[in-house]
Design a protein around this ligand. Structure first.
Ligand SMILES: [Zn+2]
Ligand SMILES: [Zn+2]
Length: 405
């Protein structure tokens, strides 16, 4: 097994989080279940899995794709990321990986074909040779490539590698080395390429050199942040909190807010769940209405709205934000001032502004909660999505640990 193939549980969770799927750090879901989630999330990121036909793809008859810059066609982003440009750090492996894919596109545009991704101080790296960029059946580009996880240190003295990485068909055949922010970012790229490799038809066999005999054939498609409805689907399929099974939906009778498949799974989780269960079960819950009033336009800068979706300014009649929390309790942050209050969740799946002049009751309830919090202006509370525009909020319980978002 290559270094890139191995993903620990905590690494898988970090990668899922960078894609917007936020699971508890101590989730007991099986390793296999977590890996499947990551595969699903990467499928959604490639502009919806349904766009991959179930049959394998034979690229032999595809036309060349010539539009430039290729990066703008393959690397998708959204308004949130544009606003945050420069603030996204190495811990957002999904953004970093798309940067790396952007680098591959730029190299292709300039006529280069061979790249490596390396991390300073680490021996492992990924070698890539781009074979071609073709038009997919839907018209968008597919970048076809060969890749391999290698030990760069060991390889550097190998004559066959030196020959491969040097120009033979002119200068543009020379290997172009690039730095990665982290090995974990490389692992995400490796995972994506491995998933897509299984979609390439066996019949398609482009030429490869001797050095490339054990490279894997794969491709890249346009890739961007998951949309709210993608995330909603990923969360709706969550199943048993411990093992992910959808066999039975047994609800915790104490708080009604968590699902297990069996008594055994519930028992396994009890030590972890007990404090939350107790505070939720004993708390006072109030339902607040955040539905937009007639004249209210809520502006949303949302991490999960892709640039190909027009959701920048949301009119009230455009409908409610999708529910990414299913019926699970989640933390909300409430901020208030004299004129209004702002209520949102960590993923910013919704961001609701309430003006005191338009919804005095909701504003007053938010104000009462925030008054007890930091500087009397903000606080965190447990909430459940009751309906499209309503939250049930546990008003008198404070989370055990103060979140930092
Ligand atoms: Zn279970
Ligand atoms: Zn409970």
């Amino acid at each position: 097994m290559s270094e890139h193939e191995h993903l620990s549980r905590s690494e898988t969770l970090r990668l899922l989080r960078s894609l917007g799927v936020d699971l508890p750090a101590d989730t007991k879901s099986s390793d296999k279940w977590l890996r499947n989630k990551l595969t699903q999330a990467l499928n959604y990121a490639q502009l919806a899995p349904q766009k991959f036909s179930s049959s394998q793809i034979d690229f032999s008859n595809h036309m060349d794709y010539a539009l430039k810059p290729l990066k703008s066609k393959i690397v998708q982003t959204n308004l949130y990321e544009s606003v945050m440009d420069g603030l996204l750090d190495g811990s957002d492996q999904f953004a970093c990986m798309r940067n790396a894919i952007g680098v591959m596109c730029d190299e292709w545009d300039m006529g280069y074909r061979k790249l490596s991704f390396e991390k300073e101080g680490k021996s492992c790296g990924i070698l890539i040779r781009i074979i071609s960029v073709v038009k997919s059946s839907k018209g968008g580009p597919s970048m076809i490539l060969l890749f391999k996880s290698v030990n760069m240190e060991a390889l550097k003295s190998a004559p066959e590698f030196r020959q491969w990485s040097r120009s033979s068909d002119g200068e543009q055949d020379t290997l172009r080395p690039h730095h990665s922010n982290s090995v974990l970012e490389q692992k995400l790229l490796y995972r994506l390429l491995s998933i897509n490799a299984m979609r390439v038809a066996d019949a398609y066999r482009p030429d490869r050199s001797d050095f490339e005999h054990d490279f894997t054939l794969s491709f890249l498609r346009p890739i961007g942040p998951l949309t709210m409805s993608d995330l909603g689907k990923l969360n709706a399929e969550a199943g048993c909190f411990i093992c992910g099974s959808n066999d039975n939906h047994l609800r915790c009778t104490g708080c009604q807010s968590i699902i297990y498949c069996s008594k055994a799974c519930q028992k396994e989780d009890w030590k972890r769940h007990k404090p939350l269960c107790n505070s939720l079960a004993g708390g006072t819950w109030t339902t607040l209405d955040f539905s937009p009033t007639n004249n209210l336009f809520t502006s949303q800068i949302n991490r999960f709205h892709r640039s190909d979706q027009q959701l920048k300014i949301k009119k009230p009649n455009e409908g409610p934000p999708p529910n990414i929390h299913s019926d699970q309790p989640f933390l909300i942050k409430i901020q208030v001032n004299a004129f209004g209050s702002l209520v949102y969740d960590r993923a910013r799946s919704f961001e609701w502004n309430v003006l005191s002049a338009e919804k005095p009751d909701t504003w007053a309830a938010c104000h009462d909660m925030a008054r007890t919090g930091f500087l009397g202006a903000k606080c965190y509370r447990w909430a459940k999505r009751e309906s499209d525009w309503k939250l049930s909020i546990c008003v008198d319980r404070v989370p055990d640990e103060m979140p930092k978002w």
